[in-house]
Design a protein around this ligand. Sequence first.
Ligand code: AMP
Length: 399
Amino acid sequence: MLVLVINCGSSSLKYQLLEMTTETLMAKGLVERIGNEGSVINHETIGKEKYVLTTPMEDHNAAIGHVMDAITHPEHGAIKELSEIKAVGHRVVHAGEKYANSIIINDDVIAALEECAELAPLHNPPNLAGVRACERLMPGVPNVGVFDTAFHQTMRPEAYLYAIPYEMYEKHRIRKYGFHGTSHKYMAIEAAEMLNIDVNDLKLITCHLGNGASVSAIKHGRSVETSMGFTPLEGLVMGTRCGDLDPSIVTLLAEKLGVGLDKVTDILNKESGVLGISGISSDFRDLEEAMEEGNKRAELALKIFAHRVRFYIGAYIAEMNGVDAIVFTGGIGENDAYMREVICANMGNLGIKLDKEKNKVRGKQTMLSADDSKVKIMLIPANEELVIARETDELVKKA
Ligand code: AMP
């Protein structure tokens, strides 16, 4: 069965076409600058030359039209007819407390997700625009929603509630939701397979370290804690996001800088994190290069990042009364051997020992721990699209 996976951002769209009997990637691509000048689609059918088309695309509807043209292109395409696609899986960021699992989208689901839009104003509207465009352009083909928040719906109230008046939760749904759920779930499934142990018998700490970053504690296959919160701003220090912060700083900053709370939120989301500390870049490659050249603020930014990850690992070991494996993914988790080494350093007493030789690896599913490390350390490259395609395939087959 052929499944198209769509991940719509506000002005971009990533897609993959997969054949699910063998889980083979057939084509993939990226559309950028949707609704802006210079809209462009970069398409690649596996085994064929890449295809780039710059053409006006005023909205997601137009963008998805071009995705469909590229997929069925006589020269560059992967299939002859759109009717070969049996289902579309959509990444949807926020499902609030409504959905703990993926679901086939109908009008009721759309209405429920529209309600969640105020919880994710930047993400849910473009995600839904993608769903609507597919409904229009591929009538009768089922659309499945796979939610970033769903995997973390297993957290208990003591983990997900903030200590503010309870009515804030009841009236405004303010609680920890957690994000990157599809990625954390994929790490758990793959880690269990690599270890050849049932996921229900494992305690895992999964680290998704990219431009956005989060850590999760996964006990017996269920997310019991995660570092992102009501929004993806909480938790780890990130490329440009501050992560955990004393809330008093927000009002103090507004006062000191003479700006509104919107501007402060902007600073915390876009000008903070390792970029804010280093003053040079949000990219760990730039920071490590600068550190090697003696830049102390770049070094400090990297230290603060690692410190926060270690802080969460320690907390999650306490929460689960142990850990069997720590898993790394994301641009940093997959490629940055130096950062993995700093994060895993000096935890021998907890049974965590990285093998420095094995750690000299990038982007490959592999074991990084020393043979005598009680806790396994693993690298599992992210593949959220595959999880979305699997869940879409399963749901549509069952329907
Ligand atoms: P992501 O959001 O998962 O795509 O991760 C992007 C981030 O990964 C970049 O901003 C870099 O900080 C980091 N990254 C990617 N490649 C490398 C590398 N080779 N070494 C260190 N960091 C990397």
